[in-house]
Structures are given as C-alpha cells and as structure tokens.
Design a protein around this ligand. Sequence first.
Ligand SMILES: C[S@@+](CC[C@H](N)C(=O)[O-])C[C@H]1O[C@@H](n2cnc3c(N)ncnc32)[C@H](O)[C@@H]1O
Ligand code: SF4
Length: 409
Amino acid sequence: MPEIVYKNSTINQLGEAAGLYLHIPWCRQICHYCDFAKTANHSQDLRLKFLATLEGHVTSWFSWRAQRGDGKFSSVFFGGGTPSVYTSEYINLMALIVSQSQRSAEITLESNPDDITAESLKIWRGLGFNRISLGVQTFDETGLKAMHRVHSKDQAIKAVDLALSHFPTVNIDLIYGWQGQSMSSWESDLRTASMLKVPHLSLYNLTYEPRTVIGRMAARGKIEPADDLRLEAYYKVACEQLATAGFVHEEVSNWALPNHSCAHNWLYWSDQPYIGVGPGAHGYIPESTGIGRRYAYGRNERQFTDSVIESAPFEPTDFPVPGVVLEDDRTMMSWIIEAIGSSLRTERGVDLARIAKKSGQSFRPGHKIESGLKNGALKLSDDGERLIATPAEWFREHYWALAVIAGFE
Ligand SMILES: C[S@@+](CC[C@H](N)C(=O)[O-])C[C@H]1O[C@@H](n2cnc3c(N)ncnc32)[C@H](O)[C@@H]1O
Ligand code: SF4
C-alpha cells in the first residue's frame, strides 16, 4: 500500500453536514440496563417547565450559530429518556427547529412502543418529524420482563406496524445477550423484524453499566453476563440473516435497507459537528483549527430545568448557555485517535486521506495493516483513500485501531 501524504489545503470547518441532538430525560419506568440521563420521577408541570427551558437553550444556540455564519442542520435527533412523552407540546420547539433545518433534513423522534398510537403519530408527522426510532429491545416476553420494559410483545408489533404506516422510515432497537436469552429467541427476534419490514435496525449487545440494576447484580455475582464468544455468535447470526434479507451492514450495530440509512448516525461516524442540548447531552463544535471541540451538559434534569439563559449577543468564542463543560484543548493526535475510533467499524471505513489532509501527517502502513490487506481482513476503497475492515473484524476493533493509529505516528 502506498504512503498517504498531506495535500496542502486549508480546512476551517469540519464538513458540510451539521446535526442537532436534544435529550428528553423522562421515562415511565427505569429499565434494568439503562445508564442514560433519565428519571421516572416527573409531573406534567415539570415536563412543561423543562420544555420551556429547552426552547430557551435551543434559541440561544441558534443565535450563536447565526452569529458564526453556520449553515442549517442536515439532521435532528430527539433522544432520551423518552421523547415520545410529548406530542403537540412540541409545537413551538419544532417550528423553531424546522426553520433552522435543511428541507431534506432527517428529523427523528426516539419513541417507546407504549406511546405509539395513530393519533400521536399523526401529530408528530404534522410537526415535521420524518423518522421514528422505536426501542423494542426484544419481542420475547421473558426478555421484556428481564429487562423491566413497560411494553408487551403485542404492543411492540402493533407499534412497529403503525409507525411504518405513518412514517417514511422507521428504526427499531433490539438488544442481544440478555439473561435467559437463547439463540432461537434471538433468531425469532430477527425474523420478526424482517417480517414486519422494518427498514433500519440497531442491534446492541447488552452492556452491564455499574449504575444499573443488572450492573449491580453482576457485580454481586447474582447474574453472569454473556461471554464474548456467545455475543459473537449472536452477532454472526444477525450478519447472516440480515444479509439474506437485503440489509446493508453499515456499522457494527446498524443495518439498513437501501435508502434507509440514518443520516444522523453517519454524522457521528464521520467526524461532523453537532449541537447537543439537554441533560447529559454532548456536542461537537467546529473550531478554526479544523478539528472539533467536544462539550457536555451535566446529567441532572432538575438543574437543567432551572437553568437561566443570559441574553444574546455572545462572543463567538463563548458558550451561549450555562451548565456546559467544554473539554480541554486537545492535541491533533487525540483528534486522529477519535476520528479512527468512530469510523473503523463502519462500511465506509477510516478516511485516511482526510485525516492526513487535516493533520498534515502522512499515513505509513505497518506490518499489521499490510498483512490485513493481504489476508482480506482489510481492503482499500477504489480511490485508495479509505481503509475498510470487514464486518467480522469489527469485533476486533482495538487491534485494528492501534494498528491504524501507529500508521500516523
Ligand atoms: C437510551 S435508550 C432510549 C430509547 C427509549 N427510551 C426506549 O427505551 O425505547 C436508547 C437505546 O439504547 C439501548 N441501550 C440502552 N442501554 C443499553 C445497554 N446497557 N446495553 C445495550 N443497549 C442499551 C437500547 O436499545 C435503547 O433502545
Ligand atoms: S431504555 Fe429507554 S425507557 Fe428504559 S430507562 Fe432507558 S431511556 Fe428510559
């Protein structure tokens, strides 16, 4: 493989796409695996106050972006928590967001199956959402109970059907590796998803986070997490079944039928900027160095709800909202590591040419990369600019990440 060298050019922005992520922390009950910023303790008053604060933050970010001359959003994602707790209450926020989004922008609402009705779907569609992401987790009643989900198998199937009849594109999340799951149950989940004709699937292997019920049970030895071999077996079955069903395996956890790719996901995987707003939300903003800077909101939903926005204008270098922590100055090498890590497990692979261009550092493939290219674990894109690992290798992410990073050192 030839060395990829720095081509002299000036890049001030991260790229063409820009995203917006909003975090809604409310849940009906807490699932036993979940460590996202969320609470089951809320009232209609609190939810309405939260929404008013969220609108204030969003307005403030929009004025800040306008001052910098940033373009309109190419994708918006309402995540949670449970963004489907609101329907028509989103009217003002969505009017604001639609006005700042490209006409073709993807606008996703993450929803829980128990919130899906023909009525709620019509309202969301009317407000401008055009993609629904449903947290199904499994169609197996035993699994739903083990994970402490609110909905039943029948509710999940009805929700998927209804969402597909009202929205142009739908995703469902499924989890594998839960306590008591069998291979036949997992195969049945995949078959059900295919039969329902869901065009996008996110399949996550269950992680045991310390602050969750299952994390604590595992620490006390009450349950035993599925080992890597078992997880890999579930993963391989998914790869096989979904390839047969016509899905493109876009990233280690994501499969899409043609024309149903998730634009917002690609933004995260290809080093594009996004504004994140709400408790626990993260953002990634372009800087004049050409490499982005990350920030995070605190996770406490009440502190967020009570936060007060100071009025514009701001200095473009200041942050327009309170309660946000900006990461320290970072080095070019830490940016390179991140850019490799976020793209390695995707079908497009690592954009070596872009990294070389931005960092000014050449890429010299070492022995591991050369042998990966020889034995078919890795390949180069037709233009020779991207290094692509096969999906089977995505489970060996660390091995390849270290090898690619070494090529830039
Ligand atoms: C934070 S949730 C929000 C979605 C929505 N509230 C729901 O539960 O349907 C987003 C997705 O992350 C996944 N997830 C959350 N915690 C996980 C864990 N510990 N292991 C694997 N997947 C997890 C689930 O598939 C879930 O649907
Ligand atoms: S998985 Fe979804 S519903 Fe369950 S606690 Fe997490 S955010 Fe709430």
